[in-house]
Design a binder for this molecule. Sequence first.
Ligand SMILES: Cc1cc2nc3c(=O)[nH]c(=O)nc-3n(C[C@H](O)[C@H](O)[C@H](O)COP(=O)(O)OP(=O)(O)OC[C@H]3O[C@@H](n4cnc5c(N)ncnc54)[C@H](O)[C@@H]3O)c2cc1C
Length: 309
Amino acid sequence: MILRALLLALSTRPRIGEWMNRLPVTRGFVRRFVAGTAADDALAVIADLNARGLQGAVTYLGENVRTPAEAEHATEVYVQLLDEIKRRNLLALPSLKLTHLGLDLGEPVGRANLTRVLERGRATGTRVWIDMESSAYTERTLALYARLRPTYANCACVVQAYLRRTPADVERLVELGATVRLCKGAYREPREIAYPDKRDVDQAYARLIDRLLAPDALGRGVYPGFATHDERLIARVRDRAAERRIAADRFEIQMLYGIRPDLGAALRAQGLAVRVLVPFGEDWYGYFMRRLAERPANLLFLLRNLGRG
Ligand SMILES: Cc1cc2nc3c(=O)[nH]c(=O)nc-3n(C[C@H](O)[C@H](O)[C@H](O)COP(=O)(O)OP(=O)(O)OC[C@H]3O[C@@H](n4cnc5c(N)ncnc54)[C@H](O)[C@@H]3O)c2cc1C
């Protein structure tokens, strides 16, 4: 727990990333979770996933941009990614962060840039998934989603099981017939806002699986993406779907590139729809540190190799 908190605290200090980037061993290790620096790197990985029956999601790494030019650049990259997905006939969609599109510069900036991406997504017949960031952004992100979803049916959002508010948010999303990813949550949050104990998070996740697969939710058009590598929770999704005779195309399992590819392949072989999120870009530090925080063994591996390097 302490290590997780420390790593998440460090994840917001990009200077450390600049230092780490100079060490070849870190660069090599980052490659386990990040496809490369160019869009082509991620799209090539996704083409390979598609060939094995898995769908893709592509993330251009970056968050909390400080200037309109940076936000504009990220937006343009996502628009081009949508064109490339169509051109290459890939089963893939973009998964983006609103603070990468300029939410910190004001809601109108974030909304205008997101709308541009959604427009292109609609034109190319592609869904656009809005990631969820720290709790400072939950309300604004969900409010923007509720505002845009009636116009853009291709718009999808995320909720985090660790947040105490999430069951209430899910009820609102059920009303909207939302396309929604359920994840555990990857940020450092105060205990008043988020469950500090992993067991509570896992139990909350299990209850939310049941809710999102309830007949009334599916009847309203809810399409859930269960983003987890937790085999017990994935088994629960599978069991609920079997009990309720839910067709395999009414939900999906989502995983991160570099984490449990064996499990992704096995789930696909069982007939489940599986999507793998593949990130690329230079700005890997925050993403990478959150992956370290999720699994201390990753840190030990890195430190052992640092010792050798
Ligand atoms: C597709 C996808 C999208 C996501 N989007 C968001 C988002 O928008 N907002 C957000 O806050 N979070 C997001 N997350 C991250 C999520 O909140 C969790 O932090 C992350 O998925 C780890 O939790 P877990 O559900 O895999 O369960 P855990 O209980 O953490 O892990 C279960 C098992 O998975 C494996 N595992 C998990 N993490 C790692 C790792 N880093 N390295 C190696 N093995 C690992 C281990 O075998 C572990 O025992 C996303 C996750 C996925 C899969």
